[in-house]
Design a binder for this molecule. Sequence first.
Ligand SMILES: *Cc1c(COP(=O)(O)O)cnc(C)c1O
Length: 411
Amino acid sequence: MARINDNFLKLKAGYLFPEIGRRVSAFTEANPEAVKNLIRCGIGDVTEPLPEACRKAMHDAVDEQGKSETFRGYGPEQGYEFLRDAIIENQFTGLGISADEIFISDGSKCDTGNILDIFGPGNRIAITDPVYPVYVDTNVMSGNTGEADENGAFDGLVYLPCTAENNFVPAIPEGEKIDLIYLCYPNNPTGGSATREQLAAWVAFARENDAIIFYDAAYEAFIQEEDVPRSIFEIEGAKDCAIEFRSFSKNGGFTGTRCAYTIIPKQLTGQDADGNEQAIHSLWSRRHSTKFNGASYPVQRAAAAVFSEEGKAQVSKLVTGYMGNAKLLREACEKIGLSVWGGINAPYVWVGCPEGVDSWGMFDRMLNEANVVITPGSGFGAAGEGYFRISAFNSRANVEEVCRRIEENLG
Ligand SMILES: *Cc1c(COP(=O)(O)O)cnc(C)c1O
């Protein structure tokens, strides 16, 4: 009989979102009238439509595909030059990144998971707690962990707690050998951002330890404060120790359209079994061109349109709308006396539960008393217990209604 990859059996059966679904179904069955009032602020998905500039570029590209003179078959696996050049020009000017260090893909979820293909076994891998679950589960699938304990923490991973005390940026581990570190700023789920000094400390740590930072900057476009770094490559020396993941999902609303990219500096190296340094860029290039045939041409045209004058204005409007939502949600929670983090440089508001109520307890209260679905912090890791996440990805009307209900029913 065909043998399976037993590592998959170690995965907790997707605990968080199924459990949310179960509780919401139980509630709506018991309160059929409440169904139409239910507002979902749980999932990290955008709600506003694709910018017009992107739709137009995509339409035009589809028309090009309809004429033999302009038809395109397989494109370059690494992505079209027009998109890689636009990215460099608009996102990385002055940072010394070149277009051939960019790999276009169909999503950062896949990229952050697939990157493990080119790293061997035996690495010490650090993740933040709470965390975007993809980082953990892909390491489990790759065989980089042991079994999960009763709290869902996997043996073999180094968990870096992020709490109110460290403002949700983990302390540098002391006396601990680490080879790979996942950092995500602005952060999902906590909505926090990292300062230049904090990122510089992580870069220094990585360089001293010959470690590599996987830097997930999916929420870069939501940064509002002046001195918050938008890229890890703004930090001196990061090109020797970091890979950055970017996506069009959250800024351009591409969650259903699919386009992202990964930046791997050519000077970044790892070690082979014989102790020789090997370029990470060439390994990823080999992996990418063997297992991937490029994002579709119309989608890459749509992504490039994010950087057109109209595109920039339309994206900026989307971001302003979502960040306005975040501000309203922050204020509503503060008004009823809850402690609030995030929502300043990211579209997530991270809220402390009231005394004596845990994350799931707060989930139930929000559902029963306000008919609002949020995400319990404990679902993102043990250190998320005592918090909940409200997503600002919603219409303004829904957010205003959520705020009204928070103040009226939970105050
Ligand atoms: C939404 C999100 C992404 C983007 O993933 P895509 O596959 O590009 O849609 C990446 N990282 C985090 C932490 C996210 O929340």
